[in-house]
Design a protein around this ligand. Structure first.
Ligand code: B4P
Length: 191
């Protein structure tokens, strides 16, 4: 099993590059953002709880997202590997993921960290907000709160995996194709 984490701040291109990666490498795509938005759309109790955090640009509680990922992994027993997109976002989530994969004799094989400057992140998300209908993309103050949350709670995830030598940085500014070529090179070197 090959398990990849696509890591980076909001708007760094995780969702965008994930689509290309799962197609080329036949991994099961697990995006906690997409899973949460599906719950919101279905108006489930979990979705209603998550929405109150997401609308403010805050992270959803660890227990909620860890439970969702645990279910998604066990629902896909035949997957040849997973691409985790937007998860883990806290050190607690990272440790929970390691424990979950351990049950399947598997581990996180690579963490690819997309590097993008803050002005570019804000511009991209505001631009997406014009058409995405996502309330967390249309307000600059909320976008800045998301970036603040990233620095406060999520960058430690990269430090955690760096201590195991699993993190590779990829420049996330440029054409989608050039970024995907750099991402593919890193994946190929681990396969
Ligand atoms: P996510 O759905 O993960 O949202 P994101 O970080 O904004 O998305 P992403 O980074 O994938 O977007 P992309 O750059 O591809 O999370 C949303 C919210 O859900 C979080 O704020 C949080 O509240 C909650 N949540 C999710 N996971 C959680 C967890 N594990 N724990 C707790 N809470 C969690 O796209 C951005 C834009 O950039 C697009 O318009 C795209 O077209 C553009 N773009 C991409 N690459 C580009 C390039 N190279 N050049 C120009 N534009 C580019």
């Amino acid at each position: 099993m090959f398990n990849l984490i696509l890591f980076g701040p909001p708007g760094s291109g995780k969702g965008t590059q994930s689509e290309k990666i799962v197609e080329k490498y036949n991994l099961k795509h697990l995006s906690t953002g997409d899973l949460l938005r599906a719950q919101i759309k279905a108006e489930t109790p979990l979705g209603l709880e998550a929405k109150s955090f997401m609308d403010k640009g805050h992270l959803v509680p660890d227990s909620v997202v860890i439970g969702m990922i645990s279910d998604a992994i066990s629902d896909n027993p035949d997957a040849k590997g997973f691409l985790f997109d937007g998860f883990p976002r806290t050190e607690e989530q990272a440790k929970a993921l390691d424990a979950l994969l351990n049950k399947y004799d598997a581990e996180v094989n690579l963490v690819l960290s997309l590097v993008v400057n803050e002005d570019e992140l804000i511009a991209r998300l505001l631009n997406r907000g014009k058409s995405s209908g996502r309330s967390d993309d249309s307000n600059e103050a909320v976008i800045k709160d998301r970036i603040k949350e990233y620095h406060a709670k999520t960058t430690s995830v990269a430090d955690y995996y760096s201590s195991f030598g699993k993190v590779k940085e990829v420049k996330g500014v440029g054409s989608l194709e050039d970024i995907f070529a750099a991402v593919s090179n890193e994946i190929d070197s681990k396969l």
